[in-house]
Write a protein that binds this ligand. Sequence first.
Ligand SMILES: Nc1ncnc2c1ncn2[C@H]1C[C@H](O)[C@@H](COP(=O)(O)OP(=O)(O)OP(=O)(O)O)O1
Ligand SMILES: Nc1ncnc2c1ncn2[C@H]1C[C@H](O)[C@@H](COP(=O)(O)O)O1
Ligand SMILES: [Mg+2]
Length: 197
Amino acid sequence: MADAKLKKAKVIFVLGGPGSGKGTQCEKIVAKYGFNHLSSGDLLRAEVESGSPRGKELQAIMEKGELVSLEIVLALIKDAMLKLVDKSPYFLIDGYPRELEQGTRFEAEVAGCHVVLYFEVTEEVMKQRLLKRGETSGRADDNEDTILQRLRTFTSKTEPVIKHYADKGKVIKVNASGTIDEVFGVVQQEFAKREIK
Ligand SMILES: Nc1ncnc2c1ncn2[C@H]1C[C@H](O)[C@@H](COP(=O)(O)OP(=O)(O)OP(=O)(O)O)O1
Ligand SMILES: Nc1ncnc2c1ncn2[C@H]1C[C@H](O)[C@@H](COP(=O)(O)O)O1
Ligand SMILES: [Mg+2]
């Protein structure tokens, strides 16, 4: 029953390299549009915080800038979606899918992809934003070595996902190099064009 409700969800996959501003823009979208927001990275960090043996394994993978297993991420996202399904039909799924199979499995088992919101910005800008964030974030992966590996993982695993959805005409590509408000201005224009409200 709950799964049937999820099938009707309007899913917006939010993608972009590390530090491109996915979380920042999702916060602004939630404030204006009231959409549900789930971040796979936040869900994984909560699991790490729980101190469980699985959390320790996850932390080691995340500190190397690699991707954790599809099964774990998909289960965390699906559980979190079920808790929110009655709040809004729109779901911002931030940081997922990070590799092609994540998208395929999600669409087969949870819901179709409405659009992909892709924040594009240079590697140098992403790196500088993350090093700055690292001064206060406490995130174990906001350090130079891990940032470089995360950028490599994005290029090798996640860029093909963006291409896959672009070929289906589903990608909204946003230049994310401006200020936070400038980027959000473009997001709003793009949503209006597609009657996302
Ligand atoms: N347009 C912007 N201009 C300047 N700084 C920005 C902009 N957008 C976000 N930031 C800042 C906020 C954060 O300190 C940092 C990274 O943004 P954030 O939204 O956390 O990125 P992200 O969610 O894509 O990264 P991650 O993949 O690491 O979670 O950059
Ligand atoms: N969708 C995901 N698949 C595998 N691993 C993931 C996923 N989302 C997050 N992770 C891991 C690997 C990332 O480097 C860290 C931090 O994620 P972020 O979205 O940048 O906060 O978590
Ligand atoms: Mg984030």
